[in-house]
Design a protein. Structure first.
Lengths: 394, 403
């Protein structure tokens, strides 16, 4: 016996969920827009009264008039505010990239050591992680800066390491390479080598899929790229010339001087973040079931092969997503460099430029925008990686 | 039958001390080498460190500034009000342990004995010792009340007390009026450890419900609400806290109508910290909500509960319980992040440390001061994370299975 679907009964509109939903949304939106307008109106009136100015970014092209203690590109006080801001961004990226590399290396080592069979080693790694996860980063940073780097000897009595490397209160002076005319061609050649290596990798992958032979793609491509880069280094005339630091009166000439501010920020941030990386790595290793180790052993794989082919890929799937947010956290934490005067992006923009121009609203919008850009790029990378390695479930 | 004639073997070698040393420190040649290396490194590092702590370091700077670091410029004649607040927290702790846990458990006993143990610390004043004794009595009173009081009534009383404690504490600390024992102590005189703890506690207490609302809003099917919540959460999570603090301190007054009274610095900073923390709590709660199986939602529909009741009585309790460890981790992070307020001129524990170093009497004592402050933070954070692990274990044992 067939039955018809019962006729749809709509409750009266004051109880109809959909209508209530829409009305409440519109009301909320109206309230929020109203509040935002109220705040914006207050701000604009205040600004007009206080500074007699409107919202504009024209000041970016005005002359900056202040020095920045260290910069990766040419900068002096006659340059624009815009350039000062770019210098800040480059400084932040410098600390962030180096910090990420250092933190990852130290963190992975500590995370693996925490699983060691040796009690002392395990205890030491645990103590390291527990110490640095429980103190605030600012305190670690200021401690490194004032209690260590600022207590180094004066330049005349600098610690001398073979190199020559001078360690003093002025910073760490190391031999450095200065680019010559052929530096550009060298970089270009390295990039071409990278493209060739990627192409080689794609060819090898197709070859492996077709014939089923075991080909170590990553090793071969990486090796090929290295050989190409080395070859281009020797073929081109001297892309870098080595300059060595030497004491020149009251300062150090030649080479490159890493300032104590830079060294403090880098060491504090790397050590602090490495504790989180270690915890993350340990979580990833522990997430791989014991059965995997035993299964790979029963298949006849050596420990090394088991690690590379079975354990690590599964561990990485668990490790990488939180790792990306740890890296993002590191980039944001680099803004704490303001506590010791390292001219990172936050310092040059929100402190110095703000003091000079007084344009709080525009500057903070710019500040937020750049940090949100970092955040967005990181999220995109994370989502891309997640989609690639996600377990496809029903 | 052969088993009946077996004699009891003595403890196998691997369980006794020598056996343990052999297995865990010298298990293989590599292990033995590592043990030697680590011991050598420890001696190399520990020796100068201990020499520094016991001989070279000049500790009078800490002793002289202990009260300053503990409470900032809070007037000394009203310090008893701070102790009242500490006592109220002790009472709450005693009640919570005895009603929702066991008063005999180790964390409970440690909390009860702690004020007594602190009395033995040599550098504190005698008034502080008396106050600590009073706090101990408060904790004991809480335990006793929880053990002997009627259970349902006590549970309700404790929950009400939990909700009212923070506003009450603020009222006691701040005071009102110009004269009398409870006169006004403006917030700009609060500082030191008092301020650090207060800022974090306020941040946690206000941002938790806010974060839950944001998480629910983000999961709602109403598009405008969802977009607003997403924008807020992603915006706040993308920027560093220091920028929010700077923004709040320099610009908050601009957004208020002209003639509005100047908002105190601590409140501006508190607002920034709360808004910051709410976004992270929202993400944690969202993770918890996602882990609830669909069957729970369907069961609430089958029972005829509307959305609000379903959320309050079925979904949220499970979701919040699932993310307790992550949330406590977030709160520990918040406590560490409150040190940033020193960079905008608020004198919390870290800020007082920097101020002390600016005093010409204590020039150059950076290592001592920052080591002490770092140690204080470390002890408090480690205790919190230890408590979180114990709480997680306790909660896991009452949850034998899901669904």
């Amino acid at each position: 016996m067939t039955t018809q679907a019962p006729p749809e009964v709509r409750p009266p509109f004051w109880r109809d969920e959909r209508i209530i939903g829409w009305i409440s949304q519109l009301v909320t939106l109206g309230v929020i827009v109203g509040v935002l307008y109220f705040l914006w109106h207050n701000m604009v009136t205040e600004l007009r009264v206080q500074r007699d100015t409107t919202f504009t970014y024209r000041w970016i092209n005005f002359e900056a008039g202040f020095d920045i203690s260290e910069s990766l590109i040419d900068y002096d006080r006659a340059r624009t505010y815009g350039r000062a801001i770019v210098v800040g961004i480059l400084n932040t990226l410098q600390v962030a990239v180096l910090g990420i590399v250092l933190a990852t290396v130290i963190g992975v080592v500590m995370g693996v050591l925490r699983q060691s069979t040796n009690y002392l080693v395990r205890g030491l790694a645990t103590a390291y992680v527990e110490i640095f996860r429980n103190i605030p980063l600012v305190i670690l940073l200021i401690f490194w800066y004032q209690a260590i780097f600022l207590k180094l000897p004066r330049l005349k009595e600098a610690i001398l390491l073979p190199g020559p490397i001078f360690i003093s209160i002025r910073g760490v002076a190391v031999p450095w390479g200065t680019p010559t005319d052929s530096w550009g061609s060298f970089l270009l050649s390295v990039l071409i080598g990278l493209a060739l290596a990627v192409g080689l990798g794609m060819y090898l992958k197709a070859l492996r899929d077709r014939t089923g032979r075991r080909i170590e793609i990553t090793l071969i491509c990486a090796g090929a790229w290295l050989v190409w880069s080395a070859a281009s280094w020797f073929v081109l005339p001297q892309p870098l010339t080595l300059t060595q630091p030497y004491l020149d009166g009251l300062r150090v000439s030649g080479g490159h001087v890493f300032s104590p501010e830079f060294m403090s920020v880098l060491s504090a941030i790397s050590i602090y973040t490495s504790a989180y990386v270690a915890e993350n790595v340990r979580g990833g290793i522990m997430a791989v079931a014991r059965g995997q180790y035993e299964a790979s052993e029963s298949l006849g794989l050596t420990r090394l092969q088991a690690m590379r082919l079975v354990i690590l890929p599964q561990a990485l799937r668990v490790i990488i997503p939180p790792m990306v947010s740890i890296y993002l956290g590191l980039t944001k934490n680099s803004s704490l460099a303001v506590a010791i005067g390292y001219p990172d992006f936050f310092h040059t923009t929100a402190i110095t430029t703000l003091n000079q121009t007084g344009r709080a609203i525009e500057i903070f919008l710019l500040l937020m925008g750049v940090y949100l850009l970092f955040s967005l790029i990181t999220s995109l990378i994370l989502n891309y990686y997640n989609r690639r390695v996600q377990l496809v479930e029903r | 039958m052969a088993a009946a004639t077996q004699t009891l073997a003595s403890t196998p070698a691997s369980r006794r001390t020598l056996g343990w040393i052999r297995d865990n420190l010298f298990g293989s040649a590599l292990d033995a080498g590592l043990t030697g290396l680590v011991l050598a490194a420890l001696v190399l590092v520990a020796n100068p460190f201990f020499t520094w702590v016991t001989e070279t370091a000049e500790w009078p700077v800490i002793r002289a500034n202990l009260t300053l670091m503990a409470k900032g410029r809070y007037p000394i004649e009203f310090v008893w009000r701070i102790w009242i607040v500490v006592g109220m927290c002790g009472l709450l702790a005693g009640l919570l342990f005895s009603i929702f846990g066991s008063w005999r458990s180790r964390p409970s006993l440690v909390t009860t004995v702690l004020p007594l143990a602190l009395m033995a610390v040599p550098i504190i004043s005698n008034e502080a010792r008396m106050a600590l004794a009073a706090v101990f009595l408060a904790v004991v009173a809480g335990q006793v009340a929880g053990v002997f009081g009627p259970e349902r009534a006590m549970q309700r009383a404790v929950l009400w007390y939990l909700v009212l404690l923070w506003p009450l504490a603020i009222v006691v600390l701040r005071g009102f009026g110009d004269t009398g024992p409870f006169q006004l102590v403006p917030t700009r005189h609060w500082g030191g450890l008092l301020l650090s703890v207060l800022l974090s506690a306020s941040g946690i207490i206000i941002s938790y419900p806010l974060g839950i609302l944001l998480a629910l809003g983000r999961r709602s099917s109403l598009p405008i609400l969802k977009t607003l919540c997403v924008i807020y959460i992603e915006f706040i999570r993308g920027v560093p806290l220091i920028s929010l603090l700077f923004m709040s301190v320099t610009m908050l007054q601009l957004f208020l109508p002209a003639g509005f009274p100047q908002i105190e610095g601590i409140i501006r900073v508190g607002v920034a910290i709360t808004l910051f923390s709410a976004a992270y709590v929202a993400e944690n709660v969202r993770g918890g909500l996602q882990s609830i199986p669909a069957g729970q939602y369907e069961a609430t529909w089958a029972l005829g509960l509307n959305k609000a009741k379903a959320m309050t009585f079925v979904i949220l309790p499970q979701a919040l319980k699932a993310v307790i460890p992550v949330t406590i981790g977030q709160f520990i992070s918040l406590f560490k992040d409150t040190t940033l307020v020193a960079l905008v001129g608020i004198t919390d524990l870290f800020g007082i440390g920097r101020a002390v170093l600016g005093n010409p009497d204590w020039l150059g004592k950076h290592r001592e001061v920052f080591f002490f402050i770092g140690a204080v933070f470390w002890v408090m954070n480690y205790t919190l994370s230890y408590g979180s692990r114990k709480l997680e274990q306790a909660l896991n044992t009452d949850n034998p299975g899901r669904d």
